[in-house]
Design a protein around this ligand. Structure first.
Ligand code: MN
Ligand code: MN
Length: 461
């Protein structure tokens, strides 16, 4: 053998996806990404993503699953977990006891939630006080266009949906930063302290109502909210209102190869899962698509992946086929579909280049996440990695390897550990992202498309 032949036969050749994707796939990729852009514009919170999934699923014949219902091959069902998370399934030909193929993404993203008593006035400016949700670099959030999204459970028991800042005719909201001219002290602080949590106060208005009394700007804002949404100040206590970046997903770069938007993590994988699920009919094994909440704060709570809501749904499904849930789990496979960090040459020193995912190299498979010696990671086995690799290869999916930064640089987690705790073989894989958790995150169109193909391959495995 020549050395070239040896190299070809023996070495792991990493190639840019654009060298491998077919012209037909490129066209399909553009169509797919248009659909994704519309999805991410419409879905900036877990509630919006869940509502979108319900509406699109029902258009395609999915029905809400009620305990006692049949689960026959070809049936399409979903379970709406209190409007904040959703599980969808296409029932397979084989018994649920043989296991199911799961793709699990999350639809919550880092943001700034309103405090329970958020509205106040200081120096004749009205503000919302916020408490950030998930991991953010606080200095990134002042002086960017922000929007208010959420729901308010009013005193009379009715619920109203709030969205301000997305329509072109809407006002936007902003957090202020200090002018450079007076920043001598601020600029000497570490980045983590330049803007602190209690400074993430959102400007709401400055015009006082006519008349005498304290806090006339605040009263004006409350009056406007009352006129539009019928709410009173105490209703903030029974609300979920959140501040997210305003605006739509845009193509990025002169070649338009990237997409810039808030909340790719992890709605880019959520959309991949959904699009793939909607395309399959009569799979051999039951295909299960999970869009979870609360991943960004540890998968906790009733709508997070540690919740028994998943068991509740799967148990009822297994009951319909007289199958034991523990057998179903033991024979199942889960793709924990979550984003990875794309290699950024601006910050090359934070990563191990040989083991980091790259933009345009396809869906990135992550054997372990965690931090400080894999702490908290699921750490997939050789067999699990072999299964996913073979599945992707056989389906022609362009894939790559991911690790979350160099050793001891930091870390993170996904839902993988909580799925594996259920005795389900689980591997992480997803879309590489630049500037993850920033108000604008970047992903490559090619990687988005390949992740959809990866989800489809898992459903059909
Ligand atoms: Mn994520
Ligand atoms: Mn995240």
């Amino acid at each position: 053998m020549t050395t070239d032949e040896l190299r070809e036969a023996l070495l792991f050749d990493r190639k840019n996806g654009y060298a491998r994707i077919t012209p037909a796939q490129r066209a399909e990729m553009e169509t797919y990404c248009k659909g994704y852009m519309a999805f991410i514009d419409a879905c900036k919170t877990e509630r919006e993503a869940t509502a979108w999934a319900v509406a699109e699923a029902e258009k395609r014949g999915f029905q809400p699953f009620v305990p006692g219902m049949d689960a026959k091959p070809g049936d399409k069902i979903y379970y709406n977990n209190r409007g904040k998370a959703i599980i969808l399934a296409v029932i397979g030909q084989e018994s649920l006891g043989k296991g199911v193929n799961i793709c699990a993404a999350h639809v919550d993203s880092p943001r700034m939630d309103l405090k329970p008593n958020p509205l106040y006035e200081d120096s004749e400016i009205a503000y919302f006080k916020t408490h950030y949700y998930g991991g953010i670099k606080k200095y990134q959030w002042p002086t960017v266009a922000l929007a208010l999204h959420g729901v308010v459970y009013r005193k009379d028991g009715t619920v109203v949906t709030v969205t301000i800042g997305e329509d072109e005719s809407d006002p936007i909201l902003v957090v202020s930063d200090l002018l450079i001219h007076l920043s001598a002290d601020q600029m000497k602080k570490p980045l983590a302290e330049g803007i602190v949590g209690e400074q993430l106060n959102v400007i709401l208005g400055t015009e006082p109502l006519e008349g005498e009394g304290a806090d006339m700007v605040k009263l004006h804002i409350m009056k406007l909210l009352n006129e539009k949404y019928g709410m009173i100040e105490s209703d903030f206590l029974s609300a979920e209102l959140t501040i997210v970046p305003a605006g739509k997903c845009r193509e990025v770069g002169l070649d338009r190869s990237l997409l810039g938007a808030y909340g790719h993590d992890d709605r880019v994988c959520a959309y991949a899962e959904l699009d793939a699920l909607f395309a399959i009919e009569n799979p051999a094994k039951t295909a299960v698509c999970i869009l979870a909440d609360k991943e960004e704060i540890g998968s906790v709570g009733i709508s997070g992946m540690q919740s028994q809501a998943f068991e509740h749904f799967m148990q009822n499904l297994c009951d319909a086929q007289n199958v034991k849930l523990c057998d179903c789990f033991a024979n199942s496979f889960c793709l924990s579909a979550d984003v990875s960090n794309a290699f950024d040459p601006n910050f090359a020193e934070t990563c191990d280049r040989r083991n980091n995912s790259m933009l345009n190299y396809g869906v990135s498979i992550c054997k372990y996440t965690g931090s400080r010696g894999k702490g908290g990671a699921s750490d997939a086995s050789a067999e699990a990695m072999g299964h996913i690799r073979t599945t992707f290869e056989n389906a022609g999916v362009i894939w790559q390897i991911a690790t979350l930064g160099k050793v001891d640089q930091g870390g993170g987690g996904t839902v993988a550990a909580y799925m594996a705790n259920r005795n389900i073989v689980t591997v992480d894989a997803g879309v590489p992202v630049l500037c993850m958790h920033a108000p604008m995150e970047l992903v490559s169109k090619l990687d988005c498309y390949e992740t959809m193909l990866a989800c489809k391959a898992i459903y059909l495995a």
